[in-house]
Design a protein around this ligand. Sequence first.
Ligand SMILES: Cc1cc2nc3c(=O)[nH]c(=O)nc-3n(C[C@H](O)[C@H](O)[C@H](O)COP(=O)(O)OP(=O)(O)OC[C@H]3O[C@@H](n4cnc5c(N)ncnc54)[C@H](O)[C@@H]3O)c2cc1C
Ligand SMILES: NC(=O)c1ccc[n+]([C@@H]2O[C@H](COP(=O)([O-])OP(=O)(O)OC[C@H]3O[C@@H](n4cnc5c(N)ncnc54)[C@H](O)[C@@H]3O)[C@@H](O)[C@H]2O)c1
Length: 487
Amino acid sequence: MNMLNTPKEMLRTEDRAMEEIKTDVLVIGAGSGGLSFAAGASQMGADVTLLEGHKMGGDCLNFGCVPSKALIAAGKQAQAMRSGEKYGVSPVSPKVDFAAAKQHVHKVIDTIAPVDSQERFEGLGVRVIREYGAFADKDTVVAGSYRITARRIVIATGSSPLVPPIDGIDTVTVHTNETIFDLMEKPDHLVIVGGGPIGMEMAQAHVRLGCKVTVIEGAKAMGKDDPEMAAIVLDTLRAEGVEIVEGAKAQRISGKGKTITVHTDNGDFTGSHLLMAVGRKANIDRLNLDAAGIEHDRAIKVGPDLRTTNRRVYAIGDVAGGFQFTHVAGYHGATVIRPILFGLPAKAREDHIPWATYTQPELAQVGLTEAQARERHGRALEVLRFPFHENDRAIAEGKTKGLIKVMVVKGRPIGASIVGEQAGELIGLWALVIANKLKIGAVAAMVAPYPTLGEISKRAAGQYYVPRLFENPTVKKVVGLVQRYLP
Ligand SMILES: Cc1cc2nc3c(=O)[nH]c(=O)nc-3n(C[C@H](O)[C@H](O)[C@H](O)COP(=O)(O)OP(=O)(O)OC[C@H]3O[C@@H](n4cnc5c(N)ncnc54)[C@H](O)[C@@H]3O)c2cc1C
Ligand SMILES: NC(=O)c1ccc[n+]([C@@H]2O[C@H](COP(=O)([O-])OP(=O)(O)OC[C@H]3O[C@@H](n4cnc5c(N)ncnc54)[C@H](O)[C@@H]3O)[C@@H](O)[C@H]2O)c1
């Protein structure tokens, strides 16, 4: 592992004997984006070199999606034990072994890790170098004792937790997503600053595992989502005991040991542990981007083709500054295969990107929210709705809290929002519809197995035809006429 940190220190290695490598494509960063690209490109015949300065698998595997979903699963198990009464199963107060829950998290990481491992990628023909890279010029990168020149370069260096310089923050122990999954002791009272997806997912997992939890949000919690859908999640979290304080920007932090106070413009909040979840910053500091003529502000500037201001260099995933999701990084990786391997044009779309927040109930979105669609399409917009409490499977499972909304213009869905059990699974159908610009009739024509939660999608699509078929005097007239003459 390279212990050199700054680009200058890394470039100073030029003074030592350098091993020269010439490669078709150099990928910097072995997270979701870099690995997706490297696997595809190598298997299609390109000579690929991959740099990784820290852990193979990047954020998603080691500090993000995977550990968070594993901890959420532990919390869900605990919650199920508390809530058996309505099914005739005596509720019990579960004994939570917090360290064992974290062991479960690490077992899950270890189980998935081989898929992202150096060995697997070397098996696919990729040259893997475990060093941080920094540009020396427009097509050369220095990494440890290697000087690598490539025809094309893909920057996939991801992002890191943003820890803003709030007054007093360096006087207390601050957790981020990079440390919280290694914390083996149970926090008595976890104070989370930030009510985005990280904040809300971690809040529910921790409250269910027996911690007291306070979320401090400067603006509106789950502010990127449809407020009507977000309210259903926030009500549930509050009912489970999470204190959520909105309009409370953290201004100062004070404390000692296990007494940490966050001072906000809406009161002071004291807990035993502090988790900062206030967004991300792109990993560009180490790259020496100026040497390669790559423009950036907080993230690397790219066009819709994901090309940077250096035409030989692409940036994908979190470092490119758009949606920050694993599936987007993977999609970017697949998109740049075309120009890099075949010299063909390709653009990354954003209108069909889904996302889900894995609270219970889950909240999922693809395309435009109702407010965005209303702003763009005004009176041409129709919003189709169907509640979970009218779905037979949701009733049988006792999971009736939820709603689907589908935004339709001229018969074509342009957005869908789902809050409820398995919303993250259910949104897939609408992601397919929007990606392929299908009409609402395609979903209405589908026969969904009974009884499934998936029927809510068909029922929502069916709402499109209610005014057109069931509340239409012409249809009634025609049916009356046909019935009079039908033998
Ligand atoms: C707590 C949490 C939960 C999340 N949950 C989800 C979820 O459920 N679903 C979802 O879709 N997304 C989720 N995300 C977001 C997801 O993790 C990221 O969007 C995704 O990991 C981005 O992939 P990437 O390839 O752009 O970057 P990363 O996965 O961060 O990979 C970048 C890699 O580059 C390496 N690197 C950096 N600089 C250099 C350099 N100079 N040289 C060499 N290597 C370098 C890093 O060490 C890292 O391994 C979550 C994120 C967090 C923090
Ligand atoms: N299920 C998922 O797909 C999933 C889960 C977790 C994270 N992620 C990804 O990771 C990204 C980062 O997540 P995040 O939750 O850290 O960021 P975020 O930007 O989505 O939310 C951060 C929140 O912190 C608030 N905030 C900022 N400064 C504050 C302050 N000083 N005091 C109080 N509140 C403050 C903001 O108003 C915002 O609501 C997400 O945007 C998402 O792309 C995805």
